[in-house]
Structures are given as C-alpha cells and as structure tokens.
Design a protein around this ligand. Sequence first.
Ligand code: 6PG
Length: 468
Amino acid sequence: MSGQSDFGMVGLGTMGRSLLLNIADHGFAVAGLDTDAVKAEALRTEGAKRGAQGFTDPKEFVGALRKPRAVMILVPAGAPVDSVIGSLGPLLEPGDLLIDGGNSFFKDTNRRGADLIARGIGFIGLGVSGGESGARHGPSMTGGGEVADYERVRGLLEAVAAKANGEPCVALLGPGSAGHYVKMVHNGIEYGIMQLISEVYDLMKRGLRMSNSEIGDVFGEWNTGDLESFLIEITADVLRYPDENGGSLVDAISDKAKQKGTGKWSSQDAMDLGIPIPTIDLAVNARELSALKDERVRASKALTGPEPGTPHSADVCDLAEGALILAILSTYSQGFSQLAAASDEYGYGLNLERVASVWRAGCIIRARSLESIRQAFATDPELPNLMLSPAVAGVFDRRQSQLRAVLREMIGRGLPAPALSASLAYLDGYRSATLPTNLIQAQRDLFGAHTYERIDKEGSFHTKWQSE
Ligand code: 6PG
C-alpha cells in the first residue's frame, strides 16, 4: 500500500528537521525518520499544523510515502550515509529516488550513485548550504545527478530554495557528484573568507588595539558597501555580542578552530587536479596551526617578534576594507578555477554562471559581489580565470595597493596574515608572464637529469652542469 506523504527525510537533526518543516510550509505532505524518538516526536509537534509525520521505524516511514518515493538523507557525512542507505535501500523499489543532502565527499557520492542506479533507484547528491536558518527559510542547493530524477523534485526544491532577484537558488549542475563537488568548493571558499576576516580582525584588535564593539561597527559599516555579505554581517554581530561574565563573548571563546573536513577535501582535490588555490590551502593550514595551542603557548615564551600594537589608525582601517575586497575576490577566483578544472576532469559540464547565480542567496558565501561574478561568466562563459574578466581586473587594479599596504603593516607588526598574503601572491603569480621557475627546472636537471625545455627551440634537453 502506498502512503500519502510527498517527501521523506531521514535524519531529523537541526538541518533535516528545519528543511523538512520548510518543505511542509510550502504545502507538501512530509514524513521524517530518526532513530531518536525525541527527534521524531519533535517533528510531529512542530509540524502538527501541517500534518508532518515522525517515525523511528524505517518500514513505517517508507510505508507512509507516496510511490514512487522521494527521500532525502540529511545525516553526518561518511559512514552514517552508508548506514542509512544500507538499512533503507532494501525497503525502496525501482523508480524511487534518494537524495543525499549532506556534505558528502564527492567520490562517495559517485560510488553510492552507481550502486543505487544499478538497482533502479534514482540518486541525487545535493549540496545544501545556509545552516539552520537557511534550511528553515531558504537554502542554496547544488544538485548532481540525472535530469529525469531531478525533474521529479525540481518544483519542490525551487519552492523551498532561497531566491535571488526572484530566481530560486537551486540547480542541477551536472551528473553524478557535480552538486557535492560544487558544495565542497563552496566550503573551501567559506574557509578562505573566514580566515581572511579573522586576519583583518587580528590587525584591528592586536594591531590597532580597537575594542570588539569598535571592530564590530567597522564590519557593520563595511557590510553596507562592496563587502556586503553574510560572513561580514555575522562578524559584526559576533563582535558586538556580550558575554555573561562581562566583556565580549568572542574573547571567552577558545582559539582552537575545528573543522569537519570539507575545506581540506577542497585543497586535497585541487592538489590532485594541479590547480592552485593558495588562500583556501592556507585557511585550512591556519586552523591546523590554531589547534596546536600548547605548542603555541610554549613558543610565545621562547620566540620573539615585534610588538604588534599601536593605537587605532583610521587610515589602516580604510586600507583593510580594500585589502579584504581584493583578497575575497582572489579567493572566489581560485574556487571558480578549481571548478573549471574539475568540470573538465570529472565531466561535470559545469556552467559557472549558474554556480555563481545559485550562490547569490541562501548560502554561507552569499555576497553582493556574486552578482558581478555571475555577470563575468555570463559575458564570457569560457573565462579561464575570473581575474581575466575586465570588470574583475579593474577591482584588482584599484585595490592592490591597499592590500600591499595592509600586508606591510601586518608583517612589520609580526601579525600572521597567511591568507591575505596568499591572495596577493596568487594575483602576483598569475599576472607574471615569466616566473623564476626556470631556475627550478635547471636545478632538477642538474641533480636528477630530469631534463628541461628551452624557450627558443622545441625539444627536451639535458646538460652536464658540473665537471666530474
Ligand atoms: C553551509 C556550511 C556547512 C558546514 C559548516 C561547518 O554551507 O551551510 O558550509 O555545510 O557545516 O561550514 O564546516 P566546518 O565544521 O568544517 O567548519
């Protein structure tokens, strides 16, 4: 017997419950499954007005769904996804559709999709961004899979997605793991921007000795200009938040940054593709360094450096705004270049204008600048790098002196600025028609006879550089 629910959700944690309630709000009959009876009950209570059903038993849950069934899994990435597919798979029938809405590693998505499709079950890997509030009120979603499978849920996904200029921020971006790959790079960019913001916060706090509320006001002001974005907005909110013991809550928070892996995957796969994404690499690196708290405390007594603090200077603050604009744009450029390379390598056929369009609202990296980025790819879909777009190049031209000045300040004061430096080095490297890597080629040939190519004639050359 077929049930009446239009859509099922497995995993009623923060994200699953919020997204399912959002779907119910749009007039769809929903059912949820969680092994935790408290969560199943919470869904029944919260979704009572909409008739949401909560289950702890997979058979009852599957029985409540209208055939052919559409079920989303929203559980932590990795083994939990396989475990859900293992227990639910046998209860599903050919023609049913499974959607993995978690932050799954793209190679896992390829494997799971191949297994399910072989059994006649459709599979979509869907990146869902926007945290709890996004899931509840409008996330940004990036899909990968077959067109026919996506068409079955397109109306539902478009109804619940965030809207940018009235357009839903959800799309099927390519086959297989395309959607999860794009979400992984989204998170890599997210890591990069968060690290850049924290470096500028460090300059203002330890360098210019500004109070948290003063820094919060600066970020609030920046959020009305070119930097307008979700991450700048929440930075202002965080910095102004008081602690129960007095002072600011941010000062009471441990500086060991945690990570669940998506930023690292982005870096690892960029390395495999041979594509530089230095700001993202160094953002992952900075979280790793932050975790070495005991060593850092020891080193702070053993190693010396300049005194970072001098009183507040409005000039340096103004420079920091331009520096951040450039560095964030550099990070987007790196992320999009990774997507272009991955699209070729994995056959995703990504439309980068579409990616920028879906990221304009609902997701963590949403920003005013994504509309200009979208336009850059609309004007030239084959753009090999965003920095080659005349409009974007203009921003790099105007802002680079500000980033250089900020870096001089930070390096002079002994304040670490790995992501800001990497963002500038990416620009400086990319705009260099000649690089010093000819020397590396010569060294490789000297010690390993690895050969080199010449600039004046074709072929592969080896020199006997030293006499015996
Ligand atoms: C989003 C976020 C989200 C992720 C956080 C935490 O798009 O809504 O990217 O998917 O959970 O970014 O990631 P880390 O724990 O690795 O910082």
